[in-house]
Design a protein around this ligand. Structure first.
Ligand SMILES: [Zn+2]
Length: 113
């Protein structure tokens, strides 16, 4: 389950931020997860809870914000929304798509004290 190591990565970011910005506790983390990021939200919630125990983010709430996957279609010359990697363009049916959004995970916002 790679979500566990992803959560450890997030916790590392939180600890670095706590030092840089002088806060002691993290209450809520808003996490954007792209539709193509390959991250399972339920596994993320479970892992985050476990990883944060006994840290500055103990009891912290994880709010997951789903990000749609957006790809650039060469044929249409426009951005289109797709559901999966290697999907055809919903507009022209072509396969010359370059994913531009939705293949990553990032911390959007933190509530701290
Ligand atoms: Zn197209």
């Amino acid at each position: 389950m790679h979500e566990m190591s992803l959560c450890e990565g997030i916790l590392q970011v939180l600890e670095d931020q706590a030092e840089a910005q002088q806060f002691k506790r993290v209450k809520t983390v808003w996490l954007e997860i792209g539709a193509l990021a390959g991250v399972e939200p339920s596994a993320m919630l479970f892992s985050f809870d476990v990883v944060c125990r006994g840290t500055l983010a103990d009891g912290c709430k994880l709010e997951i914000v789903d990000q749609p996957a957006i790809a650039w279609c060469m044929a249409c010359g426009d951005n289109v929304e797709i559901n999966q990697r290697y999907d055809a363009c919903p507009r022209c049916g072509g396969y010359q798509l370059q994913v531009t959004h939705g293949d990553q995970m990032r911390i959007k916002e933190l509530e701290v004290e």
